[in-house]
Design a protein around this ligand. Structure first.
Ligand SMILES: C[S@@+](CC[C@H](N)C(=O)[O-])C[C@H]1O[C@@H](n2cnc3c(N)ncnc32)[C@H](O)[C@@H]1O
Length: 225
């Protein structure tokens, strides 16, 4: 069942999604990010970027930024490290920017499809976003990342495997999460990746990048120049 990347649609991407449902999903996604330790590997990667290039400030673009909780964590990371960070969130849904602002996320916000977005940033990252794209679009996305990121880029996304699928199926129900999250969480895992997918996608794109495991259920694919 999980042998290949699923093409099933997420409710979040559906044309008939509503703002209250989308906002509810973003609230629960932030809970899932906290519980699934999503922030730590991204912040450790930022540590490596600034150490590699001896940077004393950083501009960061978060693609598919959703409710902005990753950006809020990066703001805290910058404060703790004494590194001023210029944060930008990019999301095609206007509901995402509104939700992030309501949560007090202080980032510049771009509401657009990523491929309509130009500009360069010190680092470009995305979390729980890549699985929204099909393989052909992911190859295009890898080229886009190469062009947009000055010092490095990072994709953090889900491992496609029956174990996280089962854990998540149970957890979202036990925690009475939003219906959109109950549907999309296991679809996201089915749309997720195994290492061989990333090796194939990077080869198709002609891009050299590292692939690392992030506990408990993620792949981190990225480049530090
Ligand atoms: C599953 S959410 C992830 C949100 C957040 N990064 C997180 O970790 O919780 C994926 C987000 O990507 C956005 N998105 C999907 N396709 C997009 C595209 N082509 N360009 C920009 N944003 C997109 C959706 O609107 C949604 O907010």
């Amino acid at each position: 069942m999980l042998r290949e990347r699923s093409r099933a649609e997420e409710w979040m991407d559906a044309a008939d999604a509503t703002e209250p449902a989308f906002q509810g999903a973003l609230r629960d996604l932030a809970r899932i990010n906290r519980m699934s330790l999503a922030y730590r590997p991204v912040l450790s990667w930022l540590d490596r970027v600034v150490a590699t290039h001896q940077l004393d400030r950083l501009s960061v673009l978060d693609v598919g930024a959703g409710g902005g909780d990753m950006l809020a964590r990066i703001a805290g990371w910058g404060e703790r490290r004494g590194i001023p960070v210029a944060l930008t969130g990019l999301d095609r849904s206007p509901w995402a920017g509104r939700h992030a602002a309501a949560q007090g996320v202080t980032a510049r916000w771009i509401t657009a499809d990523l491929f309509d977005c130009a500009g360069r940033f010190d680092v470009v990252l995305c979390s729980l976003f890549a699985h929204h794209l099909d393989d052909a679009t992911l190859v295009r996305f890898l080229h886009w990342l190469e062009a947009r990121a000055r010092w490095g880029w990072l994709i953090s996304d889900l491992h496609r495997h029956w174990l996280p699928w089962g854990v998540v199926w149970g957890a979202v129900r036990a925690l009475r999460m939003d219906p959109m999250v109950i549907h999309d969480s296991t679809v996201s895992i089915a749309r997720g990746f195994v290492r061989a997918d990333w090796e194939r996608l990077l080869a198709d794109a002609g891009v050299a990048a590292g692939i690392r495991w992030a506990f408990p259920f993620r792949w981190q694919v990225g480049v530090i120049r």
